[in-house]
Design a protein around this ligand. Structure first.
Ligand SMILES: [Zn+2]
Length: 282
């Protein structure tokens, strides 16, 4: 099983997690820029973080044969802090970098006017830089937040096929399916979405434009839940090809729209055996 995790915050994970992920079949991932727990007080603190997303983390992942890409943005939560707004001005520089495959995470946290503004401005950056956009939906008041998200995406004029709306559930999936946007699901140990519920959604809505991630972050989370979802799909009668489509080809198609995905050497099974040897020797 080859796995591409399209949304995982490796900054908050240990090196042991990289090792376990590689052993479970994760060969590529996308790490979206997000909040760091401790509020940031100036732009420099963002640029150091962005630099680590395009420098240090790809190096850390590479030691386990995992290809690391990033998305860059001012996250919804910190869009509300006036000390962080200046970040919008440094984004264009990062959006030109190799390994940056989308603008994200953008969207809503508490649905404030400040978030409206940052969200719309960053969708425009995605259009200008010809990048896809990764959109976070709020955890509170999710249905309304998702509707409002889709309205802003429509108004922006961005091609919905270049937008992934993430953290969906049974309540919000239908609206996004009808919008033409990609549908992202974050599988968590005890909140948001489980592997079994995910399988039901795939049965009902099909495999097209579906993205499954572990989103592993500061909260209780598990970077191997992509693998668990693949196993749950097989147990429910989906084929190996179906699993490969959801866990590999779909994220490759979505982020491939950036024309910056670098998957040379990790796509083929021959390389994967190579990785196993490498892991065995470490
Ligand atoms: Zn996230």
């Amino acid at each position: 099983m080859r796995i591409f995790d399209p949304h995982i915050h490796m900054t908050s994970r240990t090196t042991d997690d990289y090792e376990r992920m590689a052993a479970a079949g994760v060969r590529a991932l996308v790490e979206p820029a997000f909040w760091l727990g401790q509020p940031r007080t100036n732009v420099g603190s963002f640029t150091d973080y962005f630099d680590s997303l395009v420098g240090w983390e790809p190096f850390r992942a590479g030691q386990f044969g995992i290809r690391h890409h990033a998305t860059i943005a001012l996250n919804p939560k910190e869009a509300n802090d006036p000390r962080c707004r200046e970040v919008l001005g440094v984004l264009p520089r990062y959006l030109e970098k190799d390994g940056v495959v989308a603008v994200g995470e953008i969207g809503y946290d508490s649905m404030t006017p400040q978030e409206d503004e940052a969200f719309a401005a960053q969708l425009q950056l995605a259009v200008e830089h010809e990048l896809p956009a990764l959109v976070h939906t709020p955890h509170r008041d999710k249905a309304r937040g998702t509707e409002r998200t889709l309205a802003v995406v429509r108004e922006s004029g961005i091609d919905p096929g270049r937008v992934a709306v993430d953290h969906l559930n049974e309540v919000t999936v239908a609206a996004v399916a009808g919008s033409g946007c990609w549908m992202g699901f974050s599988i968590y140990p005890d909140t948001k979405m489980t592997a079994e519920r995910m399988v039901h959604i795939l049965r009902e809505f099909g495999l097209e434009r579906m993205l499954v991630n572990s989103a592993a972050d500061w909260g209780r989370s598990d970077p191997l839940l992509t693998r668990r979802t693949g196993e749950a799909m097989l147990a429910a009668g989906f084929s190996d090809d179906d699993v490969d489509r959801v866990l590999w080809r779909n994220p490759v198609e979505f982020y491939g729209q950036s024309k910056r995905l670098d998957l040379a050497d990790v796509e083929t099974d021959a390389t994967f055996e190579g990785n196993s040897i490498l892991r065995g020797g470490s």
